[in-house]
Unconditional design. Structure first.
Length: 299
Protein backbone atom coordinates (compact mmCIF):
# COMPACT_ATOMS: atom_id res chain seq x y z
CA UNK A 1 0.00 0.00 0.00
CA UNK A 2 1.49 3.29 -1.10
CA UNK A 3 1.27 6.17 1.37
CA UNK A 4 0.09 9.58 0.15
CA UNK A 5 2.81 11.92 -0.97
CA UNK A 6 2.07 14.45 1.78
CA UNK A 7 2.72 11.81 4.43
CA UNK A 8 6.43 11.80 3.60
CA UNK A 9 6.68 15.56 3.98
CA UNK A 10 9.19 16.75 6.63
CA UNK A 11 6.53 19.03 8.09
CA UNK A 12 4.23 16.07 8.74
CA UNK A 13 7.07 14.12 10.32
CA UNK A 14 7.81 17.05 12.60
CA UNK A 15 4.14 17.35 13.58
CA UNK A 16 4.02 13.65 14.42
CA UNK A 17 7.12 14.00 16.58
CA UNK A 18 5.62 17.00 18.34
CA UNK A 19 2.31 15.21 18.93
CA UNK A 20 4.02 12.15 20.37
CA UNK A 21 6.27 14.24 22.59
CA UNK A 22 3.41 16.38 23.89
CA UNK A 23 1.28 13.28 24.54
CA UNK A 24 4.08 11.67 26.56
CA UNK A 25 4.51 14.82 28.64
CA UNK A 26 0.77 15.11 29.32
CA UNK A 27 0.50 11.43 30.31
CA UNK A 28 3.37 11.70 32.77
CA UNK A 29 1.89 14.92 34.18
CA UNK A 30 -1.50 13.24 34.68
CA UNK A 31 0.15 10.27 36.41
CA UNK A 32 2.12 12.61 38.68
CA UNK A 33 -1.02 14.54 39.66
CA UNK A 34 -2.89 11.30 40.37
CA UNK A 35 -0.01 10.03 42.52
CA UNK A 36 0.01 13.29 44.46
CA UNK A 37 -3.73 13.03 45.15
CA UNK A 38 -3.33 9.48 46.45
CA UNK A 39 -0.23 9.91 48.58
CA UNK A 40 -0.29 13.49 49.88
CA UNK A 41 -2.75 14.27 52.67
CA UNK A 42 -1.71 17.85 53.39
CA UNK A 43 -3.82 20.19 51.26
CA UNK A 44 -1.16 22.88 50.95
CA UNK A 45 1.60 20.44 49.94
CA UNK A 46 -0.71 18.72 47.45
CA UNK A 47 -1.59 22.05 45.85
CA UNK A 48 2.06 23.07 45.53
CA UNK A 49 3.02 19.73 43.98
CA UNK A 50 0.16 20.01 41.49
CA UNK A 51 1.23 23.53 40.47
CA UNK A 52 4.84 22.37 40.15
CA UNK A 53 3.79 19.49 37.90
CA UNK A 54 1.69 21.86 35.77
CA UNK A 55 4.54 24.33 35.33
CA UNK A 56 7.02 21.56 34.50
CA UNK A 57 4.64 20.15 31.90
CA UNK A 58 4.22 23.60 30.29
CA UNK A 59 7.99 24.01 30.06
CA UNK A 60 8.51 20.52 28.64
CA UNK A 61 5.78 20.99 26.02
CA UNK A 62 7.39 24.28 24.95
CA UNK A 63 10.79 22.61 24.71
CA UNK A 64 9.38 19.74 22.64
CA UNK A 65 7.75 22.15 20.20
CA UNK A 66 10.80 24.40 19.90
CA UNK A 67 13.32 21.60 19.44
CA UNK A 68 11.18 19.71 16.94
CA UNK A 69 10.22 22.73 14.84
CA UNK A 70 13.44 24.74 15.17
CA UNK A 71 14.41 24.38 11.50
CA UNK A 72 10.98 25.39 10.23
CA UNK A 73 10.64 28.24 12.70
CA UNK A 74 14.02 29.74 11.79
CA UNK A 75 12.75 30.63 8.34
CA UNK A 76 9.80 32.44 9.84
CA UNK A 77 11.80 34.57 12.27
CA UNK A 78 11.82 37.64 10.03
CA UNK A 79 8.09 37.45 9.37
CA UNK A 80 7.36 36.85 13.04
CA UNK A 81 9.32 39.97 13.94
CA UNK A 82 6.92 42.11 11.95
CA UNK A 83 3.84 40.37 13.27
CA UNK A 84 4.97 40.43 16.92
CA UNK A 85 4.26 44.15 17.27
CA UNK A 86 0.63 43.75 16.25
CA UNK A 87 0.20 40.64 18.36
CA UNK A 88 1.74 42.43 21.34
CA UNK A 89 -0.77 45.25 21.07
CA UNK A 90 -3.69 42.86 20.66
CA UNK A 91 -2.58 40.74 23.62
CA UNK A 92 -1.48 43.61 25.83
CA UNK A 93 -3.68 42.56 28.75
CA UNK A 94 -2.46 38.99 28.51
CA UNK A 95 1.17 40.10 28.48
CA UNK A 96 0.66 42.38 31.49
CA UNK A 97 -1.14 39.60 33.37
CA UNK A 98 1.74 37.23 32.65
CA UNK A 99 4.17 39.86 33.91
CA UNK A 100 1.95 40.19 36.98
CA UNK A 101 2.24 36.46 37.57
CA UNK A 102 6.03 36.74 37.44
CA UNK A 103 5.89 39.63 39.91
CA UNK A 104 3.60 37.68 42.24
CA UNK A 105 5.87 34.65 42.12
CA UNK A 106 9.10 36.57 42.66
CA UNK A 107 7.95 39.62 44.59
CA UNK A 108 6.05 37.92 47.42
CA UNK A 109 2.88 39.95 46.82
CA UNK A 110 0.73 37.13 48.19
CA UNK A 111 0.54 33.36 48.34
CA UNK A 112 -2.17 30.73 48.25
CA UNK A 113 -4.13 30.70 51.51
CA UNK A 114 -3.61 34.37 52.34
CA UNK A 115 -6.45 36.86 52.60
CA UNK A 116 -6.06 39.85 50.29
CA UNK A 117 -7.94 42.64 48.59
CA UNK A 118 -7.16 42.80 44.87
CA UNK A 119 -9.03 44.75 42.25
CA UNK A 120 -11.63 45.81 44.82
CA UNK A 121 -12.37 42.17 45.75
CA UNK A 122 -11.59 40.80 49.21
CA UNK A 123 -11.14 37.08 49.76
CA UNK A 124 -8.83 34.15 50.34
CA UNK A 125 -6.40 33.21 47.57
CA UNK A 126 -7.28 29.68 46.44
CA UNK A 127 -5.28 29.57 43.21
CA UNK A 128 -2.63 31.62 41.39
CA UNK A 129 -2.62 31.04 37.64
CA UNK A 130 -0.44 32.45 34.90
CA UNK A 131 -3.08 35.01 33.94
CA UNK A 132 -5.53 35.14 36.86
CA UNK A 133 -5.72 34.87 40.62
CA UNK A 134 -8.74 33.03 42.00
CA UNK A 135 -10.33 34.27 45.23
CA UNK A 136 -13.00 32.85 47.51
CA UNK A 137 -14.79 36.12 48.16
CA UNK A 138 -15.70 37.40 51.62
CA UNK A 139 -18.04 40.19 52.62
CA UNK A 140 -20.19 41.92 49.95
CA UNK A 141 -23.79 41.28 51.10
CA UNK A 142 -22.50 39.20 54.03
CA UNK A 143 -21.71 41.41 57.01
CA UNK A 144 -18.33 40.34 58.32
CA UNK A 145 -15.25 38.56 57.08
CA UNK A 146 -17.06 35.37 56.09
CA UNK A 147 -17.32 33.59 52.75
CA UNK A 148 -20.30 34.57 50.63
CA UNK A 149 -19.89 31.63 48.21
CA UNK A 150 -18.66 33.50 45.14
CA UNK A 151 -15.45 32.44 43.42
CA UNK A 152 -13.87 35.48 41.75
CA UNK A 153 -11.08 35.44 39.16
CA UNK A 154 -9.03 38.64 39.04
CA UNK A 155 -6.46 39.39 36.34
CA UNK A 156 -2.89 39.40 37.60
CA UNK A 157 -2.38 42.76 35.89
CA UNK A 158 -4.13 44.43 38.84
CA UNK A 159 -0.94 44.13 40.92
CA UNK A 160 0.51 46.92 38.73
CA UNK A 161 -2.62 49.09 38.71
CA UNK A 162 -4.00 49.06 42.24
CA UNK A 163 -2.69 48.55 45.77
CA UNK A 164 -2.64 44.97 47.03
CA UNK A 165 -4.00 44.74 50.58
CA UNK A 166 -2.68 41.67 52.38
CA UNK A 167 -4.37 40.78 55.66
CA UNK A 168 -2.17 37.84 56.58
CA UNK A 169 1.29 38.01 54.99
CA UNK A 170 3.95 38.88 57.59
CA UNK A 171 1.63 39.70 60.50
CA UNK A 172 -1.57 37.63 60.42
CA UNK A 173 -3.28 39.76 63.09
CA UNK A 174 -5.40 42.88 62.83
CA UNK A 175 -6.18 45.65 65.27
CA UNK A 176 -9.90 46.00 65.77
CA UNK A 177 -12.10 48.19 67.95
CA UNK A 178 -15.53 48.13 69.56
CA UNK A 179 -17.37 51.12 71.01
CA UNK A 180 -19.32 50.74 74.26
CA UNK A 181 -21.68 53.60 75.31
CA UNK A 182 -22.23 53.92 79.08
CA UNK A 183 -24.82 56.10 80.82
CA UNK A 184 -23.77 59.21 82.66
CA UNK A 185 -23.90 58.53 86.39
CA UNK A 186 -22.44 55.05 86.01
CA UNK A 187 -19.23 54.08 87.80
CA UNK A 188 -16.79 54.80 84.98
CA UNK A 189 -13.81 53.43 86.91
CA UNK A 190 -15.60 50.11 87.37
CA UNK A 191 -16.70 50.16 83.73
CA UNK A 192 -13.11 50.59 82.53
CA UNK A 193 -11.87 47.78 84.77
CA UNK A 194 -14.58 45.40 83.56
CA UNK A 195 -13.84 46.20 79.93
CA UNK A 196 -10.13 45.60 80.45
CA UNK A 197 -10.75 42.28 82.21
CA UNK A 198 -13.20 40.97 79.59
CA UNK A 199 -11.00 42.04 76.67
CA UNK A 200 -7.86 40.54 78.20
CA UNK A 201 -9.66 37.24 78.76
CA UNK A 202 -11.19 37.01 75.28
CA UNK A 203 -8.06 38.06 73.37
CA UNK A 204 -5.47 36.36 75.58
CA UNK A 205 -4.35 33.80 72.98
CA UNK A 206 -4.31 36.25 70.06
CA UNK A 207 -2.38 38.80 72.12
CA UNK A 208 0.21 36.18 73.08
CA UNK A 209 0.83 35.11 69.47
CA UNK A 210 0.83 38.72 68.23
CA UNK A 211 3.42 39.63 70.86
CA UNK A 212 5.66 36.86 69.53
CA UNK A 213 5.12 37.76 65.85
CA UNK A 214 5.39 41.56 65.95
CA UNK A 215 9.19 41.68 66.62
CA UNK A 216 9.70 39.92 63.27
CA UNK A 217 7.91 42.83 61.58
CA UNK A 218 10.12 45.32 63.41
CA UNK A 219 13.25 43.49 62.24
CA UNK A 220 12.04 43.18 58.64
CA UNK A 221 10.65 46.69 58.06
CA UNK A 222 11.32 50.26 59.11
CA UNK A 223 8.42 50.28 61.52
CA UNK A 224 7.97 51.46 65.08
CA UNK A 225 7.19 49.09 67.90
CA UNK A 226 3.44 48.89 68.55
CA UNK A 227 1.27 47.90 71.48
CA UNK A 228 -0.52 44.59 71.00
CA UNK A 229 -2.07 44.45 74.48
CA UNK A 230 -5.72 45.58 74.82
CA UNK A 231 -6.30 49.29 75.34
CA UNK A 232 -9.42 51.00 76.72
CA UNK A 233 -9.94 54.73 76.18
CA UNK A 234 -12.75 57.06 77.24
CA UNK A 235 -14.40 60.05 75.58
CA UNK A 236 -17.28 62.01 77.13
CA UNK A 237 -19.74 63.29 74.55
CA UNK A 238 -23.16 64.96 74.71
CA UNK A 239 -25.12 61.74 75.16
CA UNK A 240 -23.02 59.23 77.13
CA UNK A 241 -19.59 58.06 78.17
CA UNK A 242 -18.04 56.41 75.13
CA UNK A 243 -15.46 53.69 75.81
CA UNK A 244 -13.38 52.42 72.89
CA UNK A 245 -11.81 48.98 73.27
CA UNK A 246 -8.81 48.31 71.02
CA UNK A 247 -7.38 44.81 70.69
CA UNK A 248 -5.63 42.43 68.28
CA UNK A 249 -7.33 39.46 66.69
CA UNK A 250 -6.50 36.93 64.02
CA UNK A 251 -7.69 38.06 60.60
CA UNK A 252 -10.04 35.07 60.34
CA UNK A 253 -11.71 35.52 63.73
CA UNK A 254 -12.70 39.19 63.78
CA UNK A 255 -16.41 38.49 63.87
CA UNK A 256 -16.31 35.72 66.48
CA UNK A 257 -13.97 37.76 68.68
CA UNK A 258 -16.34 40.71 68.59
CA UNK A 259 -19.24 38.41 69.48
CA UNK A 260 -17.36 37.00 72.50
CA UNK A 261 -16.46 40.51 73.62
CA UNK A 262 -20.02 41.81 73.63
CA UNK A 263 -21.33 38.68 75.36
CA UNK A 264 -18.72 39.09 78.08
CA UNK A 265 -19.29 42.84 78.41
CA UNK A 266 -23.05 42.47 78.77
CA UNK A 267 -22.64 39.76 81.40
CA UNK A 268 -20.12 41.86 83.33
CA UNK A 269 -22.32 44.97 83.29
CA UNK A 270 -25.37 42.97 84.35
CA UNK A 271 -23.44 41.79 87.40
CA UNK A 272 -22.86 45.31 88.74
CA UNK A 273 -26.38 45.72 90.16
CA UNK A 274 -26.93 48.86 88.10
CA UNK A 275 -23.62 50.55 88.87
CA UNK A 276 -22.71 50.38 85.19
CA UNK A 277 -25.44 50.68 82.56
CA UNK A 278 -25.30 50.77 78.80
CA UNK A 279 -26.59 53.92 77.15
CA UNK A 280 -28.80 54.25 74.11
CA UNK A 281 -30.47 57.05 72.27
CA UNK A 282 -34.24 56.97 72.68
CA UNK A 283 -36.46 59.27 70.67
CA UNK A 284 -40.14 59.43 71.65
CA UNK A 285 -42.63 61.16 69.39
CA UNK A 286 -45.76 62.40 71.19
CA UNK A 287 -48.94 63.83 69.77
CA UNK A 288 -49.28 67.59 69.94
CA UNK A 289 -52.12 68.44 72.35
CA UNK A 290 -55.06 70.36 70.94
CA UNK A 291 -54.53 74.13 70.93
CA UNK A 292 -57.46 76.49 71.43
CA UNK A 293 -57.10 79.91 69.83
CA UNK A 294 -59.39 82.75 70.87
CA UNK A 295 -59.65 85.87 68.79
CA UNK A 296 -60.51 89.02 70.72
CA UNK A 297 -62.90 91.46 69.05
CA UNK A 298 -61.39 94.76 68.08
CA UNK A 299 -62.87 97.83 69.84
Amino acid sequence: MQLPEWWSSPIVARLVDVSVGVAVVLVFAALARAAARRTLTDTDVRYRVRKLVDMASYVLVALVVLTSMSNELSGLSFAMGGVSVGVGLALQEVVISFAGWLAISAGNFYRVGERIQLGGITGDVIDIGILRTTLMETGAWVKGDLYNGRVVRVANSFVFREPVFNYSADFPFLWDEVTVPVKYGSDHVLARRLLEEVTAQVTEEATHHARETWPKMVRSYRIEDARVEPLVTLVANDNWLEFTVRYVTHHRTRRTTKDLLFVGILAAFDGTAGKVQLASMTVQLVEIPPVEVRMADRP
